[in-house]
Ligand binder design. Sequence first.
Ligand code: APR
Length: 246
Amino acid sequence: MSEALARAAALLRDARHATAFTGAGVSVESGIPPFRGPGGLWSRVDPAFIEIGHFLDQPEESWRRIKDIFYDHFGQAKPNAAHFGLAALEAAGRLRAVITQNIDDLHQQAGSRDVIEFHGNSRWLLCLECGRREAVRPERLATLPPRCRCGGLLKPDFVFFGEGIPEKALQRSYQEASQADLFLVIGSSGEVQPACQIPLLARNRGARIIEINPHPSNFTPAADVFLQGKATQAVSELVKELGLRN
Ligand code: APR
């Protein structure tokens, strides 16, 4: 076992309050590409289609891209060993919550119970007129843009560029940053504010950081332990080291 893995396992074992912070990299091995770095979605697709002003101005054109990328392609993704490993750590009382930047619902599908969705969740549609939320069903996306029964425009319930972070998720995340003595940062480039400040706020208070990523990120300089590798392998090894099963 690597010395870094042994140190990470010891930090996790001794933590009073450990919180996970995940980005797109935790879902890469479920078939969802990252946004940045090698093979990143934003290197192939202009993200303007999920900028809120563009969406309101061109709802049909924006919805066609949204449906193609986030529902037709990524919608079939299943949780991987990293998602299941975090759920096992929570079930064993080793992890209090997962703060995720991802909108793919895979942490919940893997069994994590306390998931703080910093950027919302693509499984819901929100009416911009009456505020009603409904679960996405394939037939609701047969006609674009989808409309609420009140006639209002429906928007996926995830955060578009130019929108604010859901208040409850923001508060819960700041609460975790103020209480955790360990952050397990997995698969994030640390490029997007305000999400990426959460683990660093905890670090500034004296919390330790374990980072899992195949490549260095903006978090790496602040990490006490950098497990350089893929999420499925590193999380599975940590779970095993703690004598748990994925
Ligand atoms: N395991 C772990 N990490 C991985 C893997 C893997 N198998 N493959 C890639 N990564 C890492 C990359 O090295 C990169 O550091 O995942 C990270 C993905 O970074 P981003 O694509 O920038 O994703 P994220 O940090 O979550 O982006 C934040 O940006 O576009 C917005 O709203 C979007 O939530 C997203 C936010």
